[in-house]
Ligand binder design. Structure first.
Ligand code: OAD
Length: 267
């Protein structure tokens, strides 16, 4: 028997849940834009917002720029290996799983993510584009050829202080870098084109766990709205997207998204 979830026990306001569920019920082509908050309840740190967030503990310039990598490869590679280890150990949360359910219900359901983890894929979602690259999509810093995936050392998740020498390119001998977009780098065209194609056509956009601080990703919410989409925000906090939202579910993704599905099923 299906478990009944009582929305009144949760911090999401029932009237907001009702409105979000009615928008989703009316939607033919929903989509989601996700950020680091999507994976927070899987135990992965966000970039901003809490004392344990990544950019409150480290300077992005010292770890997430081409210059940082040129100056201290072992520091940067060790830090990314630590993050890869954390992702490898993490599990998709109830929010990722709720989006995977939506992707089975709506054949065109698409996920545009800023996340470099692979938790949407591991939850079973299929139409996904990664605007900021992928932690496991390594490539050569010199010749840009992709490098085969390798096993993350078991102790990589133990601490960010681990210094590790990056592997060398099988073709040119250059150093391998993580396949993420660093500050000061151009976002690759393909995921951006895919994102705008999907969001131009979507009629409802779930905006989940993003602070709206990083462009051009943040501008996609206004873009989808201009093309006629309703906007449902899922975030425990207000963000720069709040004024664009038709409704704001003020809770974590792992709480709000299953509640939304449950409310939809009872409507
Ligand atoms: P941020 O870390 O900037 O923002 C995380 C957002 O998630 C905040 O608005 C939080 O309020 C919200 N949040 C926290 N816990 C949540 C939960 N359980 N459920 C839902 N929301 C929650 O992350 P992004 O917006 O993804 O870029 O950051 C954008 C980009 O900045 C990242 O892709 C990365 C970073 O620098 C690059 O690395 C290029």
């Amino acid at each position: 028997m299906k478990a009944v979830v009582d929305p009144y026990r949760h911090s999401v306001r029932p009237e907001d849940l009702d409105l979000a569920a009615s928008l989703l019920a009316a939607s033919k082509r929903p989509a989601a834009l996700t950020g680091a908050g999507m994976s927070a309840e899987s135990g992965l740190a966000t970039f901003r917002g809490t004392h344990s967030s990544l950019w409150s503990r480290w300077e992005p310039e010292e770890l997430a720029t081409p210059r940082a990598y040129r100056e201290d490869k072992e520091l940067v590679w060790g830090w990314y290996m630590w993050r890869m280890g954390a992702v490898a150990r993490a599990q998709p949360n109830a929010g990722h799983k709720a989006l995977a359910v939506m992707s089975r219900r709506w054949p065109y359901f698409a996920i545009v993510t800023q996340n470099v983890d692979n938790l949407h894929e591991r939850a079973g979602s299929t139409r996904i584009t990664h605007l900021h690259g992928g932690l496991f999509e390594h490539r050569c810093f010199a010749c840009a050829r992709p490098h085969p995936e390798f096993v993350v050392p078991a102790d990589a998740a133990d601490g960010p202080q681990l210094r590790l020498a990056p592997p060398r390119c099988l073709h040119c001998g250059g150093y391998i870098r993580p396949g993420v977009v660093w500050f000061g780098e151009q976002m690759p065209e393909e995921p951006w084109n895919q994102a705008t194609a999907w969001l131009r056509e979507c009629d409802l956009l779930l905006v989940i766990g993003t602070s709206a601080m990083v462009q051009p990703a943040a501008s996609l919410v206004g873009f989808a709205r201009q093309h006629g989409a309703k906007v449902v925000l899922v975030n425990p906090e207000d963000t720069g997207h709040s004024s664009l939202a038709d409704v704001h579910l003020k809770a974590g993704a792992a709480e709000a998204l299953p509640l939304l599905l449950d409310r939809l099923d009872r409507s």
